[in-house]
Design a protein around this ligand. Structure first.
Ligand SMILES: Cc1ncc(COP(=O)(O)O)c(C=O)c1O
Ligand SMILES: N[C@H](C=O)CCC(=O)O
Length: 429
Protein backbone atom coordinates (compact mmCIF):
# COMPACT_ATOMS: atom_id res chain seq x y z
CA UNK A 1 0.00 0.00 0.00
CA UNK A 2 1.44 3.33 -1.07
CA UNK A 3 0.74 6.20 1.35
CA UNK A 4 3.43 8.60 0.16
CA UNK A 5 1.18 11.60 -0.47
CA UNK A 6 -0.71 10.99 2.77
CA UNK A 7 2.59 10.89 4.65
CA UNK A 8 3.71 14.20 3.18
CA UNK A 9 0.34 15.83 3.90
CA UNK A 10 0.42 14.52 7.48
CA UNK A 11 3.89 15.96 8.07
CA UNK A 12 2.73 19.32 6.74
CA UNK A 13 -0.46 19.21 8.83
CA UNK A 14 1.59 18.58 11.97
CA UNK A 15 3.28 21.94 11.47
CA UNK A 16 0.00 23.81 11.72
CA UNK A 17 -2.51 21.60 13.57
CA UNK A 18 -1.75 19.92 16.93
CA UNK A 19 -0.86 16.32 16.10
CA UNK A 20 -1.84 17.03 12.48
CA UNK A 21 -5.53 16.38 13.09
CA UNK A 22 -8.67 18.14 14.26
CA UNK A 23 -9.80 15.20 16.41
CA UNK A 24 -7.23 12.90 18.09
CA UNK A 25 -8.54 9.52 16.90
CA UNK A 26 -7.78 10.49 13.30
CA UNK A 27 -4.03 10.50 13.95
CA UNK A 28 -3.93 6.67 14.13
CA UNK A 29 -1.58 6.94 17.14
CA UNK A 30 -2.50 3.57 18.66
CA UNK A 31 -1.67 1.70 15.45
CA UNK A 32 1.59 2.06 13.61
CA UNK A 33 0.17 3.30 10.32
CA UNK A 34 0.19 6.73 8.75
CA UNK A 35 -3.44 7.92 8.44
CA UNK A 36 -4.57 7.94 4.81
CA UNK A 37 -5.64 11.44 3.76
CA UNK A 38 -9.03 11.15 2.17
CA UNK A 39 -9.92 12.67 -1.17
CA UNK A 40 -13.54 11.57 -1.46
CA UNK A 41 -16.15 9.07 -0.36
CA UNK A 42 -18.84 7.36 -2.33
CA UNK A 43 -21.31 4.71 -1.18
CA UNK A 44 -19.45 2.21 0.97
CA UNK A 45 -16.02 3.37 -0.21
CA UNK A 46 -13.36 5.87 0.77
CA UNK A 47 -10.71 7.01 -1.72
CA UNK A 48 -7.41 8.42 -0.49
CA UNK A 49 -4.99 10.88 -2.11
CA UNK A 50 -2.58 8.04 -3.04
CA UNK A 51 -5.19 6.25 -5.13
CA UNK A 52 -6.08 3.58 -2.55
CA UNK A 53 -9.70 2.47 -2.17
CA UNK A 54 -11.15 1.22 1.10
CA UNK A 55 -14.42 -0.37 2.20
CA UNK A 56 -15.32 2.03 4.97
CA UNK A 57 -16.61 0.76 8.34
CA UNK A 58 -16.02 4.07 10.16
CA UNK A 59 -18.69 6.03 8.29
CA UNK A 60 -17.39 9.32 9.72
CA UNK A 61 -17.69 7.71 13.19
CA UNK A 62 -21.33 6.78 12.78
CA UNK A 63 -23.32 9.47 10.94
CA UNK A 64 -23.19 7.91 7.48
CA UNK A 65 -25.79 5.18 7.89
CA UNK A 66 -26.72 5.67 4.22
CA UNK A 67 -23.09 5.66 3.07
CA UNK A 68 -21.12 8.49 1.49
CA UNK A 69 -22.72 11.01 -0.87
CA UNK A 70 -26.21 9.48 -0.89
CA UNK A 71 -27.78 11.00 -4.06
CA UNK A 72 -30.89 12.32 -2.28
CA UNK A 73 -28.87 13.94 0.49
CA UNK A 74 -26.48 15.51 -2.02
CA UNK A 75 -29.35 16.81 -4.17
CA UNK A 76 -31.15 18.31 -1.16
CA UNK A 77 -27.93 20.00 -0.02
CA UNK A 78 -27.29 21.47 -3.47
CA UNK A 79 -30.75 23.02 -3.47
CA UNK A 80 -30.41 24.26 0.12
CA UNK A 81 -27.02 25.91 -0.42
CA UNK A 82 -28.48 28.01 -3.23
CA UNK A 83 -30.82 29.53 -0.65
CA UNK A 84 -28.08 30.45 1.83
CA UNK A 85 -25.76 28.80 4.31
CA UNK A 86 -27.00 30.29 7.58
CA UNK A 87 -29.55 32.87 8.68
CA UNK A 88 -29.34 32.93 12.48
CA UNK A 89 -33.14 33.09 12.37
CA UNK A 90 -35.84 30.42 12.63
CA UNK A 91 -36.78 28.24 9.66
CA UNK A 92 -39.67 25.85 9.04
CA UNK A 93 -37.21 23.01 8.48
CA UNK A 94 -36.05 23.12 12.12
CA UNK A 95 -39.61 22.30 13.23
CA UNK A 96 -39.80 19.54 10.61
CA UNK A 97 -36.62 17.95 11.99
CA UNK A 98 -37.86 18.35 15.58
CA UNK A 99 -41.18 16.71 14.59
CA UNK A 100 -39.52 13.73 12.94
CA UNK A 101 -37.32 13.19 16.03
CA UNK A 102 -40.26 13.50 18.46
CA UNK A 103 -42.41 11.14 16.38
CA UNK A 104 -39.62 8.56 16.17
CA UNK A 105 -38.68 8.65 19.85
CA UNK A 106 -41.77 8.94 22.07
CA UNK A 107 -39.83 9.88 25.24
CA UNK A 108 -38.80 13.05 23.39
CA UNK A 109 -41.64 15.57 23.42
CA UNK A 110 -39.46 18.59 22.67
CA UNK A 111 -35.98 18.81 21.23
CA UNK A 112 -33.31 21.52 20.95
CA UNK A 113 -30.74 21.44 18.14
CA UNK A 114 -27.07 22.14 18.82
CA UNK A 115 -23.90 21.62 16.76
CA UNK A 116 -22.29 18.46 18.15
CA UNK A 117 -22.79 15.51 20.45
CA UNK A 118 -20.53 17.23 22.98
CA UNK A 119 -22.84 20.23 23.12
CA UNK A 120 -25.87 17.96 23.40
CA UNK A 121 -24.60 16.06 26.46
CA UNK A 122 -23.12 19.17 28.07
CA UNK A 123 -26.45 20.99 27.72
CA UNK A 124 -28.42 17.97 28.96
CA UNK A 125 -26.32 17.95 32.14
CA UNK A 126 -26.97 21.65 32.72
CA UNK A 127 -30.67 21.03 32.24
CA UNK A 128 -30.62 18.07 34.62
CA UNK A 129 -28.88 20.17 37.27
CA UNK A 130 -31.10 23.20 36.74
CA UNK A 131 -34.29 21.14 36.75
CA UNK A 132 -33.52 18.99 39.80
CA UNK A 133 -31.57 21.60 41.78
CA UNK A 134 -28.95 18.91 42.44
CA UNK A 135 -25.25 18.93 41.56
CA UNK A 136 -23.81 15.49 40.93
CA UNK A 137 -23.75 13.49 37.74
CA UNK A 138 -23.09 9.77 37.45
CA UNK A 139 -21.35 8.51 34.33
CA UNK A 140 -19.86 5.14 33.42
CA UNK A 141 -16.25 4.14 33.02
CA UNK A 142 -15.45 3.77 29.32
CA UNK A 143 -18.53 5.68 28.18
CA UNK A 144 -17.74 8.73 26.08
CA UNK A 145 -20.05 11.71 25.87
CA UNK A 146 -17.81 14.23 24.13
CA UNK A 147 -15.22 16.48 25.68
CA UNK A 148 -17.01 18.79 28.12
CA UNK A 149 -15.33 19.08 31.53
CA UNK A 150 -17.92 17.19 33.58
CA UNK A 151 -17.82 14.21 31.24
CA UNK A 152 -14.14 13.86 30.39
CA UNK A 153 -13.60 11.60 33.36
CA UNK A 154 -12.81 7.90 32.92
CA UNK A 155 -13.92 8.52 29.34
CA UNK A 156 -13.85 6.07 26.44
CA UNK A 157 -13.05 6.53 22.74
CA UNK A 158 -9.94 8.57 21.86
CA UNK A 159 -9.45 9.53 25.51
CA UNK A 160 -9.13 5.85 26.40
CA UNK A 161 -7.16 4.94 23.27
CA UNK A 162 -4.67 7.75 23.87
CA UNK A 163 -4.39 7.01 27.59
CA UNK A 164 -5.99 10.23 28.87
CA UNK A 165 -9.39 9.12 30.19
CA UNK A 166 -9.03 11.85 32.87
CA UNK A 167 -7.80 14.88 30.94
CA UNK A 168 -5.52 17.52 32.38
CA UNK A 169 -7.33 20.84 32.29
CA UNK A 170 -10.52 19.58 33.93
CA UNK A 171 -10.71 21.52 37.23
CA UNK A 172 -10.85 19.31 40.33
CA UNK A 173 -13.86 21.28 41.54
CA UNK A 174 -15.79 20.21 38.46
CA UNK A 175 -14.53 16.61 38.48
CA UNK A 176 -15.70 16.31 42.10
CA UNK A 177 -19.29 16.51 40.92
CA UNK A 178 -18.92 13.57 38.53
CA UNK A 179 -19.13 10.08 39.98
CA UNK A 180 -17.99 7.20 37.80
CA UNK A 181 -19.73 3.85 37.95
CA UNK A 182 -19.05 0.41 36.49
CA UNK A 183 -21.22 -0.48 33.52
CA UNK A 184 -23.77 -3.23 34.22
CA UNK A 185 -22.94 -3.28 37.97
CA UNK A 186 -26.15 -3.08 39.99
CA UNK A 187 -24.58 -3.33 43.45
CA UNK A 188 -22.05 -0.58 42.69
CA UNK A 189 -24.81 1.80 41.58
CA UNK A 190 -26.89 1.01 44.69
CA UNK A 191 -23.93 2.04 46.84
CA UNK A 192 -23.47 5.27 44.89
CA UNK A 193 -27.12 6.19 45.43
CA UNK A 194 -26.97 5.21 49.11
CA UNK A 195 -24.19 7.75 49.70
CA UNK A 196 -24.99 10.52 47.18
CA UNK A 197 -28.62 9.88 46.15
CA UNK A 198 -29.91 13.15 47.61
CA UNK A 199 -27.59 15.19 45.33
CA UNK A 200 -27.56 13.23 42.04
CA UNK A 201 -29.04 15.35 39.26
CA UNK A 202 -28.74 12.65 36.64
CA UNK A 203 -27.22 9.42 35.44
CA UNK A 204 -25.92 9.59 31.88
CA UNK A 205 -25.34 6.36 29.98
CA UNK A 206 -24.60 5.10 26.50
CA UNK A 207 -27.33 2.43 26.54
CA UNK A 208 -25.25 0.47 24.07
CA UNK A 209 -21.73 1.68 24.66
CA UNK A 210 -19.79 2.24 21.47
CA UNK A 211 -16.71 3.94 22.85
CA UNK A 212 -15.06 1.06 24.71
CA UNK A 213 -15.75 -1.16 21.76
CA UNK A 214 -19.40 -2.18 21.55
CA UNK A 215 -20.83 -3.16 24.94
CA UNK A 216 -24.59 -3.31 25.46
CA UNK A 217 -26.13 -2.72 28.87
CA UNK A 218 -28.21 -5.67 30.06
CA UNK A 219 -31.99 -5.37 30.17
CA UNK A 220 -31.90 -6.03 33.91
CA UNK A 221 -29.44 -3.19 34.40
CA UNK A 222 -31.53 -0.77 32.37
CA UNK A 223 -34.71 -1.64 34.31
CA UNK A 224 -32.78 -1.12 37.54
CA UNK A 225 -31.36 2.24 36.40
CA UNK A 226 -34.81 3.49 35.48
CA UNK A 227 -36.16 2.51 38.90
CA UNK A 228 -33.33 3.84 41.03
CA UNK A 229 -33.19 7.22 39.26
CA UNK A 230 -36.97 7.62 39.57
CA UNK A 231 -36.90 6.69 43.25
CA UNK A 232 -34.30 9.41 43.93
CA UNK A 233 -35.82 12.03 41.62
CA UNK A 234 -32.68 12.03 39.49
CA UNK A 235 -32.93 12.18 35.71
CA UNK A 236 -32.02 9.24 33.53
CA UNK A 237 -30.16 10.59 30.49
CA UNK A 238 -29.61 8.36 27.48
CA UNK A 239 -26.69 9.37 25.30
CA UNK A 240 -27.96 8.14 21.94
CA UNK A 241 -25.50 10.24 19.93
CA UNK A 242 -24.23 7.00 18.41
CA UNK A 243 -27.19 4.63 18.83
CA UNK A 244 -29.95 7.09 17.88
CA UNK A 245 -31.46 6.10 14.49
CA UNK A 246 -28.65 3.52 14.23
CA UNK A 247 -29.71 0.44 16.21
CA UNK A 248 -33.36 1.19 15.39
CA UNK A 249 -35.25 4.15 13.98
CA UNK A 250 -36.63 4.55 17.51
CA UNK A 251 -33.26 4.40 19.23
CA UNK A 252 -31.74 2.03 21.77
CA UNK A 253 -34.49 3.02 24.19
CA UNK A 254 -37.02 1.21 22.02
CA UNK A 255 -34.96 -1.99 22.20
CA UNK A 256 -34.93 -1.81 26.01
CA UNK A 257 -38.46 -0.43 26.26
CA UNK A 258 -37.18 2.23 28.67
CA UNK A 259 -38.35 5.82 28.71
CA UNK A 260 -35.44 8.07 29.76
CA UNK A 261 -36.07 11.62 30.99
CA UNK A 262 -33.62 13.14 28.50
CA UNK A 263 -32.02 11.84 25.32
CA UNK A 264 -28.98 13.20 23.47
CA UNK A 265 -28.54 12.80 19.74
CA UNK A 266 -25.90 13.62 17.15
CA UNK A 267 -24.23 11.88 14.20
CA UNK A 268 -27.11 10.43 12.08
CA UNK A 269 -29.50 13.33 12.78
CA UNK A 270 -27.05 15.58 10.93
CA UNK A 271 -26.72 13.23 7.94
CA UNK A 272 -22.95 13.88 7.88
CA UNK A 273 -23.07 17.59 8.75
CA UNK A 274 -22.31 18.93 12.24
CA UNK A 275 -25.36 18.49 14.49
CA UNK A 276 -26.32 17.46 17.99
CA UNK A 277 -29.62 17.62 19.84
CA UNK A 278 -31.09 16.98 23.24
CA UNK A 279 -34.69 16.39 24.08
CA UNK A 280 -37.09 14.85 26.52
CA UNK A 281 -40.21 15.42 28.53
CA UNK A 282 -42.01 18.67 27.76
CA UNK A 283 -42.05 19.70 31.40
CA UNK A 284 -38.26 19.38 31.61
CA UNK A 285 -37.42 20.86 28.20
CA UNK A 286 -39.64 23.87 28.94
CA UNK A 287 -36.99 24.93 31.46
CA UNK A 288 -34.68 25.91 28.60
CA UNK A 289 -34.31 29.56 27.64
CA UNK A 290 -36.26 31.46 26.36
CA UNK A 291 -39.19 29.31 27.58
CA UNK A 292 -37.47 28.89 30.94
CA UNK A 293 -34.46 30.15 32.89
CA UNK A 294 -31.71 27.64 31.93
CA UNK A 295 -29.43 29.14 29.29
CA UNK A 296 -27.99 27.54 26.18
CA UNK A 297 -27.52 29.07 22.73
CA UNK A 298 -25.69 28.64 19.40
CA UNK A 299 -24.83 30.93 16.47
CA UNK A 300 -25.14 28.07 13.97
CA UNK A 301 -27.67 25.89 15.84
CA UNK A 302 -30.36 24.59 13.49
CA UNK A 303 -28.13 25.48 10.54
CA UNK A 304 -30.13 25.09 7.30
CA UNK A 305 -27.56 22.85 5.60
CA UNK A 306 -27.22 20.56 8.62
CA UNK A 307 -31.01 20.46 8.98
CA UNK A 308 -31.36 19.61 5.30
CA UNK A 309 -28.90 16.71 5.43
CA UNK A 310 -30.41 15.47 8.70
CA UNK A 311 -34.02 15.78 7.57
CA UNK A 312 -33.36 14.03 4.27
CA UNK A 313 -31.51 11.20 6.01
CA UNK A 314 -34.18 10.75 8.69
CA UNK A 315 -36.97 10.82 6.11
CA UNK A 316 -35.28 8.10 4.07
CA UNK A 317 -34.84 5.99 7.22
CA UNK A 318 -38.45 6.59 8.30
CA UNK A 319 -39.94 5.80 4.90
CA UNK A 320 -37.78 2.72 4.30
CA UNK A 321 -37.88 0.51 7.39
CA UNK A 322 -36.45 -2.27 5.22
CA UNK A 323 -33.10 -0.47 5.53
CA UNK A 324 -32.87 -1.67 9.15
CA UNK A 325 -33.75 -5.23 8.11
CA UNK A 326 -31.01 -5.14 5.50
CA UNK A 327 -28.52 -3.64 7.97
CA UNK A 328 -29.28 -6.41 10.44
CA UNK A 329 -28.79 -9.14 7.81
CA UNK A 330 -25.49 -7.72 6.51
CA UNK A 331 -24.14 -7.04 9.98
CA UNK A 332 -25.06 -10.55 11.15
CA UNK A 333 -23.35 -12.04 8.09
CA UNK A 334 -20.24 -9.97 8.80
CA UNK A 335 -20.10 -10.75 12.53
CA UNK A 336 -20.67 -14.47 11.96
CA UNK A 337 -18.00 -14.55 9.26
CA UNK A 338 -15.44 -12.81 11.48
CA UNK A 339 -16.32 -15.08 14.37
CA UNK A 340 -15.95 -18.20 12.24
CA UNK A 341 -12.53 -17.03 11.00
CA UNK A 342 -11.29 -16.46 14.56
CA UNK A 343 -12.58 -19.85 15.68
CA UNK A 344 -11.00 -21.67 12.71
CA UNK A 345 -7.64 -20.02 13.31
CA UNK A 346 -7.76 -20.41 17.07
CA UNK A 347 -7.55 -16.64 17.73
CA UNK A 348 -8.85 -15.56 21.15
CA UNK A 349 -11.59 -13.17 20.22
CA UNK A 350 -14.90 -12.13 21.62
CA UNK A 351 -17.68 -10.38 19.71
CA UNK A 352 -20.39 -7.89 20.55
CA UNK A 353 -22.93 -6.66 18.05
CA UNK A 354 -26.18 -4.75 18.20
CA UNK A 355 -27.66 -4.18 14.76
CA UNK A 356 -25.11 -2.43 12.57
CA UNK A 357 -22.69 -1.63 15.44
CA UNK A 358 -20.13 -4.33 16.05
CA UNK A 359 -16.75 -5.01 17.60
CA UNK A 360 -14.24 -7.85 17.72
CA UNK A 361 -12.22 -7.77 20.94
CA UNK A 362 -8.90 -9.60 21.07
CA UNK A 363 -9.70 -11.39 24.32
CA UNK A 364 -11.34 -14.67 25.22
CA UNK A 365 -13.36 -12.95 27.97
CA UNK A 366 -16.91 -11.85 27.32
CA UNK A 367 -16.78 -8.04 27.27
CA UNK A 368 -19.45 -6.57 29.54
CA UNK A 369 -17.77 -3.45 30.93
CA UNK A 370 -14.67 -1.26 30.90
CA UNK A 371 -12.45 -3.74 32.77
CA UNK A 372 -13.26 -6.64 30.46
CA UNK A 373 -12.80 -4.38 27.39
CA UNK A 374 -9.36 -3.41 28.71
CA UNK A 375 -8.41 -7.10 28.85
CA UNK A 376 -8.14 -6.99 25.04
CA UNK A 377 -4.75 -7.45 23.43
CA UNK A 378 -4.29 -4.07 21.70
CA UNK A 379 -1.00 -5.18 20.08
CA UNK A 380 -2.87 -7.92 18.25
CA UNK A 381 -5.52 -5.41 17.28
CA UNK A 382 -2.78 -3.16 15.83
CA UNK A 383 -1.45 -5.96 13.61
CA UNK A 384 -4.96 -6.91 12.53
CA UNK A 385 -5.85 -3.29 11.79
CA UNK A 386 -2.78 -2.75 9.60
CA UNK A 387 -3.40 -5.93 7.61
CA UNK A 388 -7.02 -5.00 7.06
CA UNK A 389 -6.08 -1.52 5.87
CA UNK A 390 -3.53 -2.97 3.45
CA UNK A 391 -6.27 -5.26 2.11
CA UNK A 392 -8.52 -2.22 1.55
CA UNK A 393 -10.74 -2.38 4.63
CA UNK A 394 -10.93 0.83 6.66
CA UNK A 395 -11.68 0.09 10.33
CA UNK A 396 -11.52 2.51 13.23
CA UNK A 397 -7.86 2.63 14.32
CA UNK A 398 -8.57 1.50 17.88
CA UNK A 399 -9.73 -1.59 19.73
CA UNK A 400 -12.14 0.66 21.63
CA UNK A 401 -14.31 1.86 18.76
CA UNK A 402 -17.27 0.36 16.90
CA UNK A 403 -17.44 -0.76 13.29
CA UNK A 404 -20.53 0.53 11.47
CA UNK A 405 -22.26 -1.18 8.58
CA UNK A 406 -24.15 1.18 6.27
CA UNK A 407 -27.00 0.81 3.81
CA UNK A 408 -24.41 1.29 1.06
CA UNK A 409 -22.37 -1.83 1.91
CA UNK A 410 -23.03 -4.57 -0.59
CA UNK A 411 -22.98 -8.29 0.13
CA UNK A 412 -19.77 -8.38 -1.92
CA UNK A 413 -18.23 -5.79 0.42
CA UNK A 414 -19.12 -7.96 3.41
CA UNK A 415 -17.78 -11.17 1.85
CA UNK A 416 -14.59 -9.39 0.80
CA UNK A 417 -14.17 -8.12 4.37
CA UNK A 418 -14.64 -11.60 5.84
CA UNK A 419 -11.98 -13.04 3.51
CA UNK A 420 -9.60 -10.12 4.26
CA UNK A 421 -10.16 -10.72 7.95
CA UNK A 422 -9.20 -14.40 7.58
CA UNK A 423 -5.90 -13.42 5.99
CA UNK A 424 -5.31 -10.65 8.56
CA UNK A 425 -6.00 -12.96 11.49
CA UNK A 426 -3.38 -15.37 10.16
CA UNK A 427 -0.82 -12.63 10.84
CA UNK A 428 -2.08 -12.22 14.38
CA UNK A 429 -1.54 -15.84 15.52
C1 LIG B 1 -22.00 8.35 22.53
C2 LIG B 1 -21.35 9.66 22.14
N1 LIG B 1 -21.70 10.77 22.79
C3 LIG B 1 -21.17 11.96 22.47
C4 LIG B 1 -20.24 12.07 21.48
C5 LIG B 1 -19.67 13.41 21.15
O1 LIG B 1 -20.12 13.82 19.90
P1 LIG B 1 -19.26 14.88 19.03
O2 LIG B 1 -18.00 14.21 18.64
O3 LIG B 1 -20.18 15.21 17.90
O4 LIG B 1 -19.02 16.05 19.92
C6 LIG B 1 -19.83 10.92 20.78
C7 LIG B 1 -18.82 10.95 19.70
O5 LIG B 1 -17.92 11.67 19.60
C8 LIG B 1 -20.41 9.68 21.12
O6 LIG B 1 -20.07 8.56 20.50
N1 LIG C 1 -15.70 7.50 19.19
C1 LIG C 1 -15.77 8.91 18.87
C2 LIG C 1 -17.18 9.24 18.66
O1 LIG C 1 -18.05 8.44 18.63
C3 LIG C 1 -14.90 9.21 17.70
C4 LIG C 1 -15.04 10.59 17.14
C5 LIG C 1 -13.86 11.46 17.50
O2 LIG C 1 -13.46 11.46 18.66
O3 LIG C 1 -13.40 12.18 16.63
Amino acid sequence: MNLLKSKALFEEAKQFIPGGVNSPVRAFRSVSVNPPFIERGQGSKLYDVDGNTYIDYVGSWGPLILGHTHPQVVEALKMAIERGTSYGAPTELETEVAKIVCEAVPSVEMVRMVNSGTEATMSALRLARGYTGKNMIVKFEGNYHGHSDSLLIKAGSGALTHGVPDSPGVPADIARNTITAQYNDIEGMKQIFEVHGHDIAGVIIEPIAGNMGVVPATQEYMNFLREITKAHESLLIFDEVMTGFRVSFHGAQSLYNICPDLTCFGKIIGGGLPVGAYGGKREIMAQMSPAGPIYQAGTLSGNPLAMTAGFTTLKILRDHPEIYVDLEEKSKLLAEGLQKNAAQLGVNASFNRVGSMLCMFFTDRQVVDYASALASDTKKFGIYFEEMLKAGVYLAPSQFEAAFVSAAHSKEDILFTIEASYQALKKVI
